[in-house]
Design a protein around this ligand. Structure first.
Ligand SMILES: *Cc1c(COP(=O)(O)O)cnc(C)c1O
Length: 363
């Protein structure tokens, strides 16, 4: 078996034990005589799978009883539209923090629908190299919600703390950091995440929503996007992404088996520290993100020379370190070191970075 270290921002690596279990169960699941891919979503076997997935996710994240867990489709990007449509009825207005490309898209999507939304803060003028400092008085007190992107996948920034929005429900896109460390779910009104970074293959979006926020949907919104409908139907108003939810369940099982999110955080801190410590110890590579905003999941760096950056990504790939090219909109390099990236992968990356710097002196 020849597996590479895959630093892709998403879809990204899955834990090897998860892939092995999925492979072992691929053709027949338990005593069912069929693959999970072939099962009716209404069958007892499948109902047990989705129920277990929810139970394990609740245990991992400590999700309080007054929150619903939804397994949906359409990606985090569909939630950019679903969030305002589900929540705007609270007060008719909403505030956004634009800290990168995805939060910018979320803001634009809400604007597009003609809702009264404003950008309360942005770091666009600084190329999104940090998370804006936020205080409660920056938000309209009667906003239906405040939307943030908790970890900015493209720029490699993350909130060091959960912002204080007072009584205004906080809505967070956690696509690229969910399950990387414990979070206090009760501080959020809604958490949503596309699965393909830290949870499962693509095709699944998890929404965690406080029950009292299910009552404010725009009556004209599509039924499929209405959280309340999905909550009332156990995420099975229509056929859910059955197989992807099953793999998510295997990932949750794996996380519980290694000690849950506290243990996961320890691994992630250790991995990110190795990489950032190296970046801080030398001057060949530059890490553009301000230290207090550094992401533990997506680590960005540049050589300062676009041609060298290109050469770096190409040679790294030839050495089994794949997908280190930065997002097409920002260039440079990005190492996405999600939960499934082993410490050995980060060590191999740092060793390669040292070798490349020695072999490619700058003019
Ligand atoms: C990847 C990503 C998205 C887009 O997710 P899709 O599931 O492709 O729609 C949105 N937000 C963040 C933070 C992401 O990392």
């Amino acid at each position: 078996m020849n597996r590479v270290y895959n630093f892709s921002a998403g879809p990204s690596m899955l834990p090897l034990p998860v892939l092995e279990k999925a492979a072992a169960e691929l053709i027949t699941y338990g005593n069912s005589g069929m693959s999970v891919m072939e099962m009716s979503h209404r069958s007892p076997d499948y109902e047990a799978i989705i129920a277990d997935a929810e139970k394990m996710l609740r245990e991992l994240m400590g999700i309080p009883d007054n929150y619903k867990v939804l397994f949906l489709q359409g990606g985090a990007s569909l939630q950019f539209a679903a969030v305002p449509m589900n929540l705007i009825g609270r007060t008719g207005k909403a505030d956004y923090v634009v800290s990168g490309q995805f939060s910018g898209k979320a803001f634009k999507e809400a604007q597009k629908m003609g809702y009264d939304v404003v950008c309360a803060a942005t770091t666009k003028e600084d190329n999104f190299d940090h998370i804006p400092a936020l205080t409660r008085d920056m938000f309209r007190p009667d906003a239906s919600y405040v939307h943030i992107c908790y970890n900015n996948t493209i720029y490699g920034t993350k909130y060091a703390d959960i912002p204080d929005t007072g009584d205004i429900p906080l809505v967070a896109d956690m696509s690229s950091c969910i399950l990387s460390e414990p979070v206090d779910v009760s501080r959020f009104g809604v958490i949503y995440a596309g699965a393909q970074k830290n949870m499962a293959p693509a095709g699944l979006t998890v929404v965690i929503v406080r029950e009292d926020l299910l009552e404010y949907a725009d009556p004209k919104m599509p039924t499929m996007m209405e959280w309340k409908t999905m909550a009332e139907n156990g995420s099975m108003y229509n056929t859910p992404p059955c197989y992807t939810i099953y793999v998510a369940k295997l990932v949750y099982e794996w996380l519980l088996s290694i000690g849950g999110l506290e243990a996961m955080k320890k691994h992630n801190v250790a991995k990110a520290t190795v990489l950032y410590d190296y970046l801080d110890s030398q001057s060949y590579y530059l890490a553009p993100v301000k230290k207090d905003s550094r992401s533990m999941m997506n680590v960005t760096f540049v050589t300062g020379d676009a041609e060298l950056d290109k050469k770096f990504a190409k040679e790294a790939a030839a050495n089994g370190l794949k997908n280190l090219k930065g997002h097409r909109s920002v260039g440079g390099m990005r190492a996405s070191i999600y939960n499934a990236m082993p410490a050995e992968g980060v060590a191999a990356l740092v060793a390669f970075m040292k070798k490349f710097a020695a072999e490619n002196p700058k003019a």
